[in-house]
Design a protein around this ligand. Structure first.
Ligand SMILES: [Fe+2]
Length: 282
């Protein structure tokens, strides 16, 4: 299949407007998409009609789907989909004051999906079912490009550091009781290298975000100084690509090297429903 990629930002991102949706579940398409993820980090297929069966089958073509950690941690239920937005099961729209909507404001901090897991998410695959007419955008930046821009001295300083990622740490910024006890037990803090390499293309990046709590062996203050500095370097206005969601958008992004954050929306006025799967790292 001959896919045409329209670049979205100098650092990353491509839109693929013409592809045959009948090929979604072909191995050839999956192979091309894996290579495109390495090259572009963010892929946007507009105006798609993709049901959940196809969405999950496509997810499995890219790797092992992640189990929804919230449902599993809270209820012990295995589900491969996350629902992002205020329209949950049943179709009613939850208001700003609802705990689910408040909980999801945690996504408005720069993060990499599931970096708090021992095996984090390699890719996130999102299908937009309902989108607000105002707000609800998602911003993305590349920590591969940010790493490239670092002075050599900092590259050397951070090369062998280990970062502790902790879901309780990031969610404590939203609310002190955002995470139930059983959910908390299911997600102990994990260690990840700060500098990681995509070995297929030999490109390095740094791996941070809201779940990144501290550097192993460093004081909390020293850790925050470095992690906050790296975040600031990556998220300058010129480096941000903003995706304005439209119904039917099918979007894949590479969590290994991108950070993203929600821009928020008024759940009292608008409906938002995204169905999302994640592919685990190998
Ligand atoms: Fe996210």
């Amino acid at each position: 299949m001959d896919l045409k990629f329209e670049k979205l930002h100098e650092d990353f991102g491509a839109r693929i407007s013409s592809f045959n949706p009948k090929k979604l579940l072909s191995k050839d398409f999956a192979t091309q998409i894996m290579a495109a993820i390495d090259e572009y980090s963010f892929l946007h297929f507009p105006k798609q009609v993709i049901n959940e069966k196809k969405h999950l089958a496509f997810t499995r073509l890219l790797g092992i789907p992640e189990i929804n950690h919230v449902k599993f941690g809270q209820e012990g239920v295995t589900d491969y989909f996350y629902t992002i937005g205020n329209v949950q099961h049943g179709g009613g729209a939850l208001p700003n004051s609802h705990k689910t909507v408040i909980f999801q404001t945690g996504n408005n901090m720069w993060h990499s999906d599931s970096s708090f897991q021992k095996t984090p998410a390699f890719a996130t695959i999102t299908y937009a079912c309902e989108t607000p007419t105002v707000g609800g955008e998602t911003e993305f930046v590349s920590c591969r490009s940010a790493y490239t821009r670092l002075p050599d001295l900092i590259k050397k300083e951070i090369d062998r550091l280990i970062v502790v990622h902790d879901y309780l740490f990031s969610r404590s910024k939203v609310s002190q009781d955002a995470v139930t006890p059983s959910h908390a037990v299911s997600l102990p803090p994990v260690r990840h290298k700060l500098v990681r390499e995509n070995t297929a293309i030999r490109r390095k990046n740094y791996y941070i975000g809201s779940h990144a709590k501290e550097i192993e062996g460093w004081s909390f203050c020293e850790s925050r100084r470095l992690l906050d500095d790296l975040l600031e370097r990556a998220t300058k206005a010129d480096y941000i690509f903003t995706h304005q969601w439209e119904k039917g958008d099918f979007v894949i992004w590479d969590n290994r090297c991108l950070l993203h954050r929600g821009k928020g929306y008024d759940a009292d006025l608008y409906r938002r429903r995204m169905r999302q799967t994640r592919v685990k790292e190998k």
